[in-house]
Design a protein around this ligand. Structure first.
Ligand code: BG6
Length: 490
């Protein structure tokens, strides 16, 4: 057995199961390539892509180069770097998860006996158990091995726990990296700095000063070629259960004592456990679900969800809005509005903190006073805005209007922003679990979202249809002043 390593940056063999799949080609290899040309991979490494398909070698290397090139901005010429990188990637055909079939992998890995082995499971999660078992039986799991798991981990708390139990036959929790790529986004990490490196906000980050919080992840894409997967998940499991709840945790959690994986995860878990269950009695007034019909996006006709998946009776939701509450000291009765949908007018993700209005308007002009808002734009533009009421210059007394103070990331920081996967994969290599989910977090997130899907079934809540290219169904869970605000006009 290899010696347990305490080194921070060990040479590695990265084995990608589902190695010629979409995620691997679009995200994993380009992410490593960017770290490679940035000079961050100062250690030796090799990558092994595992596929089940025969005779795909030429096609694989062609696609590998194509997707890496696609990830390069500004037409930079990196062709010689691509050639150097591709030499590090080996494609192996393995058709079954058995010791006999893994012999070829073992042989390959044994050429690098001092490297840490990182196994990246980029396959459907139903295969995670058998891959783990085959790796263990092949004596390929060492103390310093790691495993990276892509979502979705099962289709509910039971299947997720079952998959986890299978994986933990081979790996212990300290070796497991459950990816939620939202946690790797620069602006999401900045949320931590904004909250905990600035005294200004922390003092008013609570129910006394905050009226409501809105977390939105809007997409203009449809389900593309993922109908088989998506139709079994819907927006609630595909987006809310992971990305939106992780954002909510970062906004709502207490400051961890130190920035260490378990300290942070303990705080996030407390938030998840404090989410008020949405029951069959409350589900109608606290949630909206919808499905898109035909419409136009960027002046192009797009088909409805049902036409896209060719399954005309599907009741899967492609939009969901939830009014959630975190029942704890800090957040009692402050609504958190979560919204996400496909085929909406525009792709954007943002968090809006709406502060309470001033308690008394002393100005003669009795125009409605808005909320002070802190808007954290996550994508596509990375920006922080502080909206405040400001006097309109000139005569006419105290006339006022809301004005934004803007910190535009791209104006302030000129360097390239790494993709989420770059940060996350480097963290796996270095053994830093801070940005990865622990099993108990995942179970708590399942528990809350499953109560919602169960309540939808029990109360027979139907989808509201919305036109592709719109901003989603009429959101009747919102009171007038809490309307889905910042991007409504675009
Ligand atoms: C994935 C979901 O996790 O996140 C997709 O499965 C979704 O349905 C995607 O499109 C959104 O990620 P991003 O980074 O483009 O906002």
């Amino acid at each position: 057995m290899k010696k347990k390593s305490t080194e921070i940056f060990e040479p590695f063999s990265l084995v990608v199961f589902g190695g010629n799949g979409d995620l691997a080609l679009r995200k994993i290899y380009p992410a490593l390539f960017h770290r490679f040309i940035a000079g961050q991979l100062v250690i030796d490494f090799n990558i092994i892509a595992i596929t089940r398909r025969d005779n795909t070698e030429d096609e694989f290397y062609k696609e590998l180069k194509h997707f890496i090139q696609l990830s390069i901005e500004n037409d930079q010429d990196v062709s010689s770097d691509i050639e150097r990188f591709v030499l590090k990637v080996k494609l192996l055909v393995i058709k079954e998860n058995t010791v006999a079939a893994y012999a070829i992998l073992k042989q390959h890995l044994e050429q690098f006996p001092t490297f840490q082995n990182i196994y990246y499971f980029s396959t459907p999660s139903s295969a995670f158990g058998s891959i783990s078992a085959a790796l263990k039986s092949s004596a390929l799991v060492f103390d310093n091995s790691k495993v990276v798991l892509e979502k979705p981990l099962g289709f509910g708390s039971v299947s997720s726990q079952q998959i986890n139990d299978e994986i933990t036959e081979a790996f212990i929790e300290k070796q497991i990296y459950r990816i939620d790529h939202y946690l790797g986004k620069e602006t999401v990490q900045n949320l931590m700095v904004l909250r905990f490196a600035n005294n200004l906000f922390e003092k008013s980050w609570n129910r006394d000063s905050i009226d409501n919080i809105q977390i939105t992840v809007a997409e203009n894409l449809g389900v593309e070629n993922r109908a088989g997967y998506y139709d079994n998940s819907g927006a609630l499991l595909d987006m809310v259960q992971n990305h939106l709840l992780q954002l909510l945790c970062l906004v709502a959690m207490e400051p961890p004592n130190v920035l260490e994986a378990d300290e942070l995860r303990n705080e996030k878990l407390k938030v998840l456990n404090a989410l008020r269950p949405i029951t069959a009695k409350t589900v109608k007034e606290h949630t909206v679900k919808g499905q898109y019909t035909r419409g136009r996006i960027d002046n192009k006709e797009v088909s409805s969800y049902l036409e896209g998946i060719e399954k005309y009776a599907s009741k899967t939701e492609t939009y969901v809005a939830i009014k959630a509450f975190v029942d704890n000291w800090r957040w009692k009765d402050v609504p958190f509005y979560l919204r996400t949908g496909k085929r909406l007018k525009k792709r954007y993700s943002e968090i809006v903190i709406n502060f309470k209005k001033v308690q008394h308007n002393l100005f003669p002009e009795k125009k409605k006073m808005g909320h002070n808002k802190l808007i954290i734009s996550i994508q596509p533009d990375e920006r922080i805005e502080l909206v405040q009421m400001t006097k309109i210059p000139g005569p006419g007394g105290y006339r006022y209007q809301p004005i934004s103070l803007k910190l535009d990331y791209s104006d302030t920081f000129k360097e390239r922003f790494p993709e989420a996967y770059e940060r996350l994969i480097m963290d796996v290599i270095r053994g830093n679990q801070t940005l990865f989910m622990r099993q108990d977090e995942l179970q708590a997130a399942w528990k809350w979202t499953e109560t919602i899907s169960r309540s939808w079934k029990e109360s027979k809540q139907a989808n509201i249809l919305y036109e592709a290219g719109s901003m989603g169904p009429i959101d009747n869970i919102m009171e007038q002043e809490h309307e889905w605000e910042t991007n409504k006009e675009i």
